[in-house]
Design a protein around this ligand. Structure first.
Ligand SMILES: *[C@@H]1O[C@H](CO)[C@@H](O)[C@H](O)[C@H]1NC(C)=O
Ligand SMILES: *[C@@H]1O[C@H](CO)[C@@H](O)[C@H](O)[C@H]1NC(C)=O
Ligand SMILES: *[C@@H]1O[C@H](CO)[C@@H](O)[C@H](O)[C@H]1NC(C)=O
Ligand SMILES: *[C@@H]1O[C@H](CO)[C@@H](O)[C@H](O)[C@H]1NC(C)=O
Ligand SMILES: *[C@@H]1O[C@H](CO)[C@@H](O)[C@H](O)[C@H]1NC(C)=O
Ligand SMILES: *[C@@H]1O[C@H](CO)[C@@H](O)[C@H](O)[C@H]1NC(C)=O
Length: 327
């Protein structure tokens, strides 16, 4: 009875989400407030957690009742330790339309950490700051198909014993940990070591951020703004203060395998649904765009001049972020 709409999920991976003007949007579209400490960075503070960079993508499901209504947002920041080391923090928020009720629907995700360094959207855009795209762009469609097939096989293996959300993704994570598909070996370089999973519905699922936490936020990085946000997962790695390391960590692409499956008769999905999102933070910062727009008022700014001043400002933005992190 459990069938994955693999082909459906795949086909949508190739097209852009309809309501966002690109697959992944950043602070410019999400309207993050400016940083209070400089004029080129943004500060998206969500319930006390502050991120200069964020990225939002719709979960590319083909299910009509979920399509356009579920999304992932990634926030990224860096903290410096006194011993010259740094910690790179990523936070992952599930965004959900307020009319969705997951009480009869299992939902969970496996976050494929550890492979980020092997992924890029270079085929789409070699500018790491603005680069964005789909999982097919970053991992190749064979790997995407292989991962979605893995999820299908796992859910099929439960037969009529409906798993809890927690069980489903714990087992999928375990399965992926033990044996990665050949189709993905070129990008994984053989080691998918840092997978984590997140429960998104039922027992053990985190609560969505409530109204009062929303009011303590300066930023609500989801579209439309009435959608709920739930902090589903956090991840951190340590590194040195080299600017290169900061940039690699900041622009890392995190693949997220999201599952929805029926657990009761009021389920939103009638069959299991799996999709793969590839998420990174996306620039330029909104604050730097304001600066660029001011620059473009310059009467003799032609297209090429606007473009080069834009690139220059992007360089400044990244340098200023790094400088703040070096303080
Ligand atoms: C996307 O939409 C935002 C506002 O909604 C706009 O500022 C931005 O320029 C658009 N980007 C593209 C590439 O059309
Ligand atoms: C940085 O992000 C992490 C999320 O992993 C968050 O817990 C922390 O509060 C953020 N740092 C700041 C200074 O807000
Ligand atoms: C994997 O996680 C460990 C512990 O959190 C961390 O030290 C390491 O840097 C991570 N490796 C990768 C490749 O992200
Ligand atoms: C969160 O706050 C924003 C900005 O005030 C508002 O537009 C949005 O509707 C709120 N969302 C929720 C789920 O409370
Ligand atoms: C990362 O650094 C923090 C702070 O210095 C430390 O508490 C933590 O144990 C380190 N984690 C790893 C995996 O090395
Ligand atoms: C749905 O399931 C509940 C209990 O599992 C049952 O009480 C109810 O009658 C069912 N509703 C329908 C419409 O089948």
């Amino acid at each position: 009875m459990k069938h994955l709409s693999i082909l459906a999920a795949l086909s949508v991976a190739y097209v852009r989400a309809q309501d966002l003007n690109q697959t992944i949007v950043g602070c410019a579209e999400l309207e993050c407030p400016p940083s209070s400490t400089d004029s080129v960075n943004d500060d998206c503070t969500v319930a006390g957690n502050s991120f200069p960079y964020v990225g939002l993508t719709r979960i590319p499901t083909e299910n009509e009742d979920l399509k356009g209504k579920v999304s992932w947002t990634k926030g990224f920041n860096i903290t410096d330790a006194s011993d010259n080391s740094r910690t790179f923090h990523s936070a992952f928020y599930l965004g959900m339309s307020p009319d969705l009720d997951l009480s009869d629907t299992g939902a969970c995700a496996v976050l494929l950490h550890g492979v980020e360094a092997a992924l890029s959207f270079d085929k789409v855009d070699t500018n790491k700051d603005t680069a964005q795209g789909t999982c097919s762009d970053a991992m190749g469609s064979d790997c995407v198909t292989a991962l979605l097939n893995r999820a299908k096989k796992l859910l099929d293996s439960f037969g009529d014993d409906t798993p809890s959300s927690e069980e489903a993704c714990a087992q999928l994570q375990d399965d992926l940990d033990k044996n990665m598909d050949n189709a993905c070996l070129s990008i994984s370089k053989g080691s998918w070591t840092n997978l984590t999973s997140a429960v998104l519905s039922g027992n053990g699922a985190p609560q969505s951020l409530s109204g009062d936490r929303n009011s303590s936020s300066t930023c609500w990085p989801v579209l439309p703004k009435e959608n709920q946000l739930t902090l589903a997962s956090e991840y951190q790695t340590n590194g040195s203060r080299l600017a290169d390391e900061a940039q690699t960590a900041m622009y890392a692409i995190t693949p997220i395998l999201t599952l929805f499956f029926p657990t009761g008769n009021q389920s939103i999905v009638t069959a299991a649904d799996a999709s793969l999102s590839c998420l990174k933070v996306v620039g330029p910062s909104r604050a730097s765009l304001d600066t660029i727009n001011d620059g473009s008022q310059d009467p003799d700014s032609g297209v090429s001049k606007a473009f080069s001043s834009r690139s220059a400002f992007l360089g400044v933005a990244v340098a200023a972020v790094a400088a703040a992190w070096l303080a």
